[in-house]
Design a protein. Structure first.
Length: 477
């Protein structure tokens, strides 16, 4: 039985009635109703099949019951709040749903909803997600691009409740799950702003190194501001027990390390061995070129001068490079209503979050390595037992083969003697001597009686155990 999630809203009830009417084609002009249909499918009220032009929906017995009674068949109308079947999922703030209509007005409410202005695709998606069991919708993975667009629109239009987010997961190869869930703690944490000095009285070694460098990429009036931002970041980072140093004269393109390639200066932050690089960027403006007198004279001889000059702009940016994924951002930039001064706390928080993620990744890898070693120990023990068993069976077969061969040789020696009985002289002596040699070989290879015991099994080598290991080498390769 499908899990229930409280009463249907007006849009879902309209879609349920639409399915009951065999999905007439003249009701909806787009596929937005399929979002609510998927929520009804998850509740077991309808059955959705196919996609695109082959999409179809049919009413289930539970759906027919809901239309007739205004409740699910597994609900008890007179139940108490303690009945778990009466519990509903809490609605996120700002997206509460209307109560279900009474039985006598179900059809009337559905007709009124058709006449009313329908929610757009994005609004209907949020309503369906909010009303779904555990605020989770499972759809076909082929529709992922469409749902990503809906999520982006919902963010831009402020339809996602405060403190919530929509996440994606993939329960199977053909399914996509969308979940409305609380934001992670780091996104709701209040960060104390970092003060930027108005003037540099006693700058740090990092700021001093950048100020004296010929490859510091910020030029013009913004250079002083960039140095003050550097000082604020350096001081705040060291207060947070981070190591900070200036790394000068670095190639802007890591793949081009020639001496005359474009260069820049970077700031390296280190947290317990994890290092990150941060560097400034500076926007450029295109301004009309003011030709010099010499350029004007050269025009008369056929030369040209540029129409525009690229000049350094006031706006700056900061770019971060380092392992650990991206949380807040990988770069920050000045805007008309926003300055880098407001981003400094977030930048240092991004460093800490990436460092924490690397710790988690290393711990997870250590756990995986430990699990692999433990599994290899178990596999090795099983392989040893299989090797011992196989060695014993091989010894049995080898002894039996030698015993049969010895018996065959003895019978052959007896046959030689029988044939040599009529012989005389040297011919008989040669035949009997040969029979004795054959019988001696039979005695030599015969495992009985001395070898009639279990074999001594040697300690297996790596190559001995390899055939018995589970699709991996003894070294985990």
């Amino acid at each position: 039985m499908s899990r229930r999630a409280g009463p249907l809203n007006a849009v879902q009830l309209e879609v349920l009635n639409w399915v009951k009417d065999d999905c007439p084609e003249d009701v909806y002009s787009d596929w937005s109703h399929r979002v609510s249909a998927r929520a009804l499918h998850n509740r077991g009220l309808i059955e959705v099949r196919g996609r695109g032009e082959k999409w179809s929906a049919a009413l289930t017995d539970d759906g027919r019951y809901y239309l007739e009674h205004g409740s699910y068949p597994d609900e008890v109308p007179t139940g108490t709040a303690d009945d778990p079947r009466q519990a509903t999922i809490a609605e996120p703030q700002g997206l509460s749903e209307p109560p279900p209509p009474q039985r006598s007005t179900l059809r009337k409410a559905g007709e009124g909803a058709r006449r009313a202005k329908q929610p757009n695709k994005t609004e209907q998606f949020i309503l369906a997600l909010n009303a779904a069991v555990e605020h989770r919708l499972v759809v076909e993975r082929s529709e992922e691009a469409s749902y990503r667009r809906l999520i982006t629109l919902a963010k831009h239009r402020g339809l996602i409740p405060d403190g919530m987010q929509i996440t994606l997961s993939w329960p199977s190869r053909d399914e996509l799950a969308l979940t409305l869930e609380p934001l992670p703690e780091w996104q709701t944490r209040a960060l104390d702003p970092i003060a930027v000095p108005g003037r540099l009285h006693n700058p740090s070694d990092v700021t001093t190194a950048l100020s004296k460098s010929d490859t510091f990429q910020v030029t013009g009036d913004p250079r002083k501001r960039a140095l003050r931002l550097t000082e604020a970041l350096t001081v705040a980072a060291r207060e947070r027990e981070m190591s900070v140093k200036a790394v000068l004269n670095q190639p802007r393109n890591p793949n081009n390390t020639y001496r005359d390639s474009p260069r820049r200066d970077e700031i390296e932050f280190s947290i317990e061995g994890d290092s990150f690089r941060l560097w400034f960027t500076q926007d450029t403006l295109r301004e009309p070129h003011e030709p010099t007198q010499r350029e004007i004279m050269r025009v008369q001889r056929g030369s040209l001068f540029p129409d525009y000059d690229e000049v350094p702009a006031e706006r700056l940016g900061l770019v971060l490079n380092g392992e650990g994924g991206t949380f807040w951002a990988g770069s920050w930039h000045d805007a008309e209503d926003h300055g880098l001064e407001e981003d400094l706390a977030q930048i240092l928080e991004e460093l800490r979050l990436r460092h924490d993620r690397q710790i988690e990744n290393r711990e997870a890898e250590q756990e995986r390595a430990l699990a692999r070693r433990e599994q290899e120990k178990k596999d090795r023990a099983v392989a040893k037992e299989k090797y011992r068993a196989q060695f014993t069976v091989d010894a049995m077969k080898s002894q039996a083969e030698k015993w049969e061969e010895a018996d065959r040789l003895r019978r052959y020696a007896a046959a030689i003697r029988e044939v040599a009985a009529p012989f005389e002289g040297q011919r008989q002596e040669a035949a009997l001597e040969w029979a004795a040699q054959v019988e001696a070989e039979a005695s030599r290879i015969n495992p009985l009686p001395h070898a009639a015991k279990p074999p001594e099994i040697p300690e297996p080598s790596h190559s001995d155990l390899s055939p018995f290991m589970k699709s991996r080498s003894l070294y985990g390769w």
